[in-house]
Design a protein around this ligand. Sequence first.
Ligand code: KG4
Ligand code: ZN
Length: 336
Amino acid sequence: QKKTLILAIETSCDETSAAIVADGHIILSNIVASQIKSHMRFGGVVPEIASRHHVEQITQCIEEAMSQAKVTYQDLAAVAVTEGPGLVGALLVGVNAAKAIAFAHQLPLIPVNHMAGHIYANRFEAPLEFPLMALVVSGGHTELVYMEKDGVFEIVGETRDDAAGEAYDKVGRVLGLTYPGGKQIDQMAHIGQDTFHFPRAMIKENNYDFSFSGLKSAFINTVHNAEQKQIALNKEDLAASFQASVIEVLVTKTIRACQEYQVKTLVLAGGVAANAGLRATLKEQMACQLADIKLMIPPLALCGDNAAMIGAAAYISYQKEEWAGYDLNAIPSLEI
Ligand code: KG4
Ligand code: ZN
């Protein structure tokens, strides 16, 4: 039987990506052009620079994805693109590239929510079993999302301030790490010990919301106070203490949400899903507290932003024939 091939495009932040996905769960190609080097010296993503790089990279990324997958435009069933959330100028590059291709080759145009894409990155491992709870942790978002079935999302909790990845990156900057600091803190945390006992914000509150700005401030104050008194602190212990606080709050509240919503599956998603400590703690705690719930963690290569995950999410809309018109616009603060 002929496979449904979707060309997917992702340009929401600082990765220009194009992929060919078959039947929503087979990756034929997944090209990711990272711009991190261009943003590094500014300590974060500069929106204007991101947009310019996307413009420069997008055509080549798409051509590369097509040629690696050995497909032509005639083989495609649809074009999918991230419509939000993200940086508006960055999103617009992908949206306009997708529209142009859809128009030129008379293909259906499928808008995809970036966060849904992160969740569907897990679809490449195995079919999703519902109902499920997804802990989506990235540089821009931290959410617990309940899904009764494919394509239906309910936010049951979210961060009131900083996203988990954002806190990692800000704390990384204070430690003098290059942007983004998340991965380096994760590595340092495995050498250090939780000696600082930073606060576990909102852990006891009867809701599924999070807050990471207090932890970030506690961390920064600790470092600055030590600097003033010219005391040298152990950076690995600082990293371990910060990570212990983030993980304990995320895991505790996620497990509670899984229990209350009586889900079959817990799905981890987003850039911070690459965190070794978080992956290990979730596995451990799920095994002893919720052994009957299946835990899904995306492969490392699919945790960060990429177009394949957009192709997986798009396949659900494809089956329902949910197309967009040529008036499709980028929506920077799109909710899942
Ligand atoms: O999903 P993503 O690629 O982009 C957004 O949609 O935001 O996530 C990027 C975030 C960054 O904040 C980065 O520091 C964080 O994911 N990250 C990590 C790790 N790898 C990436 N945070 C903690 N531990 C990691 N191993
Ligand atoms: Zn993302």
